[in-house]
Ligand binder design. Structure first.
Ligand code: GDP
Ligand code: ZN
Length: 461
């Protein structure tokens, strides 16, 4: 297949100080050389592939210098689209980016349609459909970590697993074919059923595992629900403020004046957190009653992470111990705040109550200890149960829905096999499962579906 050369702004407008104009196609290098001037005078075509070059863009017709740029030069086929790719990094203002884009368009490129770069990668066999969709997630990814997940998917983890599942299904379909071709041999039927059942049960359990990780994919996109608890006045709102680094929550001198639940979305070292300050859910000064309040229980129970704040300058109270009890089965970090004041807390006792949980000391007023807290949060997340790096996440709504469908059809097949339904009837459900899984990686997708998918992409991807 031969394509023309396309160009578009590939960074979302308004995000970051650098913007990229990307070119892809057989004339990408030629077009770039028409407008790019390196101080050395060397043309890009003479450079090694996958190198970056500093220089200026010059309008070849007026000889006016348009922009100071860095140009990435990547020769096919080791590029995202498997075509020659040029990326022009320029200062991010709308005016300058548009100037660069219009220059390369005048020099011979065509403005890309939304999603056209990704579509080319797909059409050139560089990525499959689920990978193409991962790019779409990438564009929307809120944090670096969510981006890693999207990237992991791009690398084809999900595709690989789906491929293995389909292979297993194919093998049992083949076995059933034998069966259907030789209906007179009962022993073949005898052999087919257990093979088919075993493979189907395995496929189903893998689908279930994938569906389970889908909620973790959601966590990564929407943030870990993080609840800040502690007695009045220990510094919960101050902690929320420190983490948000803006003064959105109300910090007061008087205990118990924060009324509403405050939620903030922050990115702590790549971990997306949705922070909740529980000061607002306090209905009474009495902490025992407070824990009893339905609403706070619910908030606690739904939390992925608890930040439990204690006062360094006060002895532990019975209330504090009750809170330790309330969170004992959850992921929490103990934050001992106000270390700028004289110590009254018994750290040994805290250690004992906290068991193997992490302890961090802070003085929020002196902006001390926040780094260690952030470090602990990141550690807990990246080294903890979630083990984000090793898992295959499904974070795409279309994939999740297809997996549910596949789960249904494979369950139908299993049920039928257990009920001694004729093998050719079971084969229908197994084949259907194979088709549905194929839709995830674009194998049985028709053109209509493809176009619909690609038109969702942002311009420049
Ligand atoms: P909350 O009721 O737990 O939300 O506590 P706040 O965040 O509203 O803080 C209560 C009071 O403690 C405020 O006057 C804060 O300025 C003060 N405070 C917070 N952190 C520190 C700290 O590290 N040291 C000192 N000395 N005061 C702090
Ligand atoms: Zn508060």
């Amino acid at each position: 297949m031969e394509f023309d050369t396309i160009a578009a702004i590939s960074t979302p407008s308004g995000e970051g100080a650098i913007a990229i104009v990307r070119l892809s196609g057989p004339k990408a290098i030629e077009i770039a050389d028409k407008v790019f001037r390196a101080p050395s005078g060397k043309v890009l075509a003479s450079q090694a592939t996958h190198t970056i070059h500093y220089g200026h863009l010059q309008d070849p017709w007026t000889e006016e210098v348009v922009e100071e740029v860095m140009v990435s030069f990547m020769k096919a086929p080791k590029t995202f689209t498997r075509e020659d790719v040029i990326e022009i990094n320029c200062h991010g203002g709308i005016v300058s980016v548009n100037r660069v884009l219009s220059l390369v368009l005048r020099a011979g490129a065509r403005l890309a349609e939304p999603g056209e770069f990704t579509k080319r990668a797909f059409l050139n066999g560089r990525i499959d459909l689920s990978q193409a969709e991962a790019v779409m997630d990438l564009i929307r990814a809120k944090t670096d970590r969510a981006m890693d997940v999207a990237l992991g998917q791009m690398e084809g983890r999900l595709s690989k697993l789906i491929g293995t599942l389909r292979q297993a299904l194919l093998e049992s379909i083949a076995q059933m074919e034998v069966n259907i071709d030789y209906p007179e041999y009962d022993d073949v039927e005898e052999m087919t059923r257990p093979v088919m059942l075993e493979k189907s049960l395995w496929v189903r359990s893998e689908i279930e595992r994938l569906l389970q990780t889908s909620s973790q994919g959601k966590i990564l996109r929407e943030g870990l629900s993080t609840v800040i608890i502690g007695r009045p006045n220990v510094g919960k709102s101050s902690l929320l403020n420190s983490l948000v680094q803006e003064n959105k929550a109300i910090v007061t001198e008087i205990a118990g004046t924060t009324r509403d639940i405050i939620e903030e979305y922050v990115n702590v070292r790549g971990v997306p957190l949705r922070l909740v300050d529980t000061a607002g859910i306090r209905e009474t000064e009495d902490i025992v009653e407070r824990i009893g309040v339905e609403r706070s229980r619910k908030v606690l129970k739904e939390a992925d992470l608890i930040l439990y704040v204690l006062n360094y300058s006060e002895a532990l109270t019975a209330e504090d111990e009750l809170l330790f009890e309330a969170v004992k089965d959850m992921d929490y970090i103990v934050v001992i705040n106000k270390t700028d004041l004289p110590q009254k807390i018994d750290l040994g006792q805290v250690q004992q109550l906290a068991g193997n949980k992490r302890l961090v000391t802070t003085s929020l007023i002196e902006e001390e200890g926040i780094d260690q807290l952030e470090e602990s949060i990141a550690e807990l997340f990246f080294e903890g149960e979630l083990e984000a790096g090793d898992m295959t996440y499904v974070s795409n709504a279309r994939h999740i829905s297809l997996l549910h469908q596949a789960h249904q059809t494979i369950s139908d097949a299993i049920e039928a096999a257990e009920m001694d339904v004729p093998v050719d009837m079971i084969q229908i459900d197994v084949t259907r499962t194979w088709e549905i899984l194929g839709e995830i990686i674009g194998d049985t997708a028709d053109d209509g579906l493809l176009n619909q998918l690609f038109s969702q992409f942002c311009l420049g991807k």
